[in-house]
Unconditional design. Sequence first.
Lengths: 463, 63
Amino acid sequence: MSAILTIAEAAKQIAAKKLSPVELAKTHLDRIKRLDPQLNAFLMVTEERALADAKAAEARQMSGSLRGPLDGIPIAHKDIYGTAGIRTTAHSKLLEDNVPTRDAHTVKKWADAGTVMLGKLSTHEFAFGGPSFDLPWPPARNPWNREHFTAGSSSGTGAAVAAGLILGGTGSDTGGSIRGPAALCGIAGIKPTYGLSSRAGILPLAFSLDHAGPMAWTSEDCALLLQGMAGHDPEDPASVNRPVADFTAEVGKGVKGLRIGVVRHFFETDHRASDATRAGIDSAMDFFRKEGAEVRDITLSPAADYHAVGYLLMINEAFTLHAPWMRDRFKDYGELFRDRVALAATFSGADIVQATRRRRLLCREMATAMEDLDIIVSASQPGEAPRIADVPKWANMEKPSFTMPCNVTGFPAISICTGFGQGGLPVSMQLSGKPFTEPTLFRAAHAYETATSWRNKRPAMAA
Amino acid sequence: MSASPIDEAELKVLLARAGLPHSPEQVKAILPGAEIVQRLLARVNAPLPREAEPALTFKVEQK
């Protein structure tokens, strides 16, 4: 068993006064000092703030006034999440000196829940341009093999959680930026339902596709972190005003009776995933069947249809946001961001309306497919992480993404580890559900994670 | 769903019209991406039924 605690384990020990939040914070700060120079997961370590947060948590622990399971838990934020008085750069020269005056809504919620903030985490430039080597800071490295890619754009969060530098962190997901790094770094990450968690105070990439969500070692930890993030915020026009579910309510209830559809054509023919990825999904479906779930294959539109709609809308919305800077400060952007976003110049308003119309059909298709299902299963990524030096500029455009369908539709989706491939790096699967059924996703993900041994293995460098 | 071809000259004009003047080398570097975008456009521009209206991307009751 790994010596690094999960959030659920740490919370129990803190509540029982068997673990000091200050000692826990110091342990993680030491790990950051020792390991992060090899990973580049952090853009900034906020040691003073962390120790102040930890001391406050410890005072609450001693006085019996803990605020809940996140009190005293070491976390960090992707550097597009605004942090009051703390530099927020989007990993870009353009915002090298940007110091927000307010916390993002979700940053404040986690702080109010008692989390201990260790710092700001690397990202792809403005959550899109990466892995880049022409920015003021280097890209994050994969702790399972530092020559390999973390995926992006929540690259620092993926690396930092996998290496045990933090117990959880924030990510954002416009086309797969939470689930991709979760998959390649062998952790869990959930893109919640569109509107469940506020994006206010987070630097946007594409308004209609952006989601804020947590990443952690286990799905149960993601449930705890999401509980601390979710809720209505009038400052985000997409934020829903409805009661927030208890995300751990179904954890431990098993999968008996769940109806699961596998979109096999996504990862077998539309974009063929690696043998290890497909074997991992097959093995997971065998487990779900054995435990009493009903599992069957389903057919949706080709993954390329979802990908085309999502990608065009994403670069169109990103260009709308960045056009003034791209005109005036073109060379301050990294090559990958500016070249990808500049492609918005090659299509018309009519093309975007057509993409939006097709989006509606795809939303309806997925909703119809889910009428008699609880969960849809696909791959998260096509395989193990490639070498970081071998990731082409157009890699995220060329082949259909497995994660984009849930950005296009707004449905929730979680990525969890399903084992390791031939190169010794993690492989994964993705579980998606109907809007606001996150508790069911956590239920199935937790059942699988606790029945397999993958959560017991950390990267060698993290030992 | 065949893609319309795009060449360097056309791409240079489109970038300039968007206020993004590029050097010939920069245009050449972006051209492979523009070719992929043409394939994506071909896919979204396949004929759609008239009832595919953009105003209802998300169900009202989801809000």
